[in-house]
Design a protein around this ligand. Structure first.
Ligand SMILES: [Zn+2]
Length: 336
């Protein structure tokens, strides 16, 4: 581990992070392969700096099949003017660029799940090398981090912005102030079911103010969720003090995911029929879905029950389900 820290990142930025103005470029990661002996992975990057202020790091496509983040960030990079900025905004629309270009959650190069790859390795796989660059270069230079997620091809979410309940209450309060400013239709106090290796955890452990989203899913973005992402990103930048202007306040319903009972997993394979839709109120024990065995006719479906009462906040997206898949997430409606 000590040895590893001495190895410089193989990633180089083609823009100067200290330069004033708007600069478009790349994070270039050497990647030698059959079709390019001295080839590289070229991750698009925009850095906008103007005078004094915080540094905000914006990332999309941490998972490659989630699209609201890339839409909001390619849009922002194409439209932002330096004179609007107070401080520095670092925009990486597609953090796991190989996964984004393949339209898959994980990287086609090494199957790396970016959000399970932190702190990364400078001498590891492509995904680990990207994670290491964020861990040792981009996160340390940032004050605020917004990482966009959606459900991808296998989940669908009520559109929410979220932060984590943290031991450091000041850091937690700063994050929830930005969640409020983002102004998604739903705002969530999030519990992670599998926090090891996450970008979220890496940023929070460094004391950074970390905000994330789940804005839809199914492997696409709607007009509504793209609009939420674009407006929310600008609102967050204004509230963080990195962009001039005023926050456009939006109504939001706060949600809480206090424990593991929020999550329901399938024990069966089959054809899934939902009995409640996203945003519906469900009661503990209520059937949220039925799973029909597909190997033969004449068998009754297996009922999947909500483990707590609340709003159906996320659901399995594809029509077929496997044992172990997350079927439903039920969150409490709470006051902000
Ligand atoms: Zn994701």
């Amino acid at each position: 581990m000590i040895q590893q820290q001495l190895i410089a990142s193989p990633v180089t930025a083609t823009v100067d992070f200290a330069a004033q103005g708007v600069h478009h470029g790349f994070l270039r990661l050497p990647y030698s392969r059959d079709d390019a002996a001295w080839g590289s992975v070229m991750i698009p990057l925009t850095v906008v700096s103007n005078g004094e202020g915080p540094t905000v790091l914006l990332t999309g496509a941490n998972h490659g099949d989630e699209y609201e983040g890339p839409i909001a960030l390619f849009d922002l990079a194409a439209t932002i003017r330096a004179e609007e900025v107070t401080g520095r905004i670092i925009i990486v629309p597609a953090m796991n660029y190989p996964a984004f270009m393949a339209g898959t959650r994980t990287s086609p190069i090494d199957r790396g799940n970016m959000n399970r790859s932190f702190p990364g390795r400078p001498d590891g796989t492509v995904t680990q090398k990207i994670a290491d660059y964020f861990q040792r270069v981009l996160l340390p230079m940032s004050d605020v981090v917004l990482d966009f997620h959606s459900g991808g091809k296998t989940l669908d979410f009520l559109p929410y912005c979220a932060a984590h309940v943290l031991a450091d209450k000041r850091q937690e309060a700063q994050a929830f102030d930005l969640v409020r400013a983002f102004g998604a239709p739903y705002s969530c106090r999030m519990l992670e079911i599998d926090a090891v290796g996450m970008y979220d955890t890496a940023a929070e452990e460094m004391g950074k103010v970390f905000v994330t989203t789940e804005l839809g899913g199914g492997g696409t973005a709607s007009a509504r969720t793209a609009g939420i992402a674009i407006r929310g990103c600008r609102n967050l930048l204004v509230a963080a003090g990195a962009l001039k202007g005023a926050v456009e306040p939006q109504p939001t319903q706060w949600l809480d995911m206090p424990d593991d009972d929020c999550f329901t997993f399938s024990e069966d394979a089959g054809l899934i029929r939902f009995c409640a839709d996203l945003g519906d109120r469900v009661e503990k024990g209520q059937t949220v879905a039925m799973i029909y065995p597909t190997s033969r006719t004449g068998h009754a479906p297996v009922a999947v029950a909500a483990r707590r009462s609340g709003l159906l906040t996320a659901r399995h997206f594809p029509g077929l389900v496997k044992p172990g898949d997350c079927v439903a997430v039920v969150a409490d409606e709470v006051d902000g």
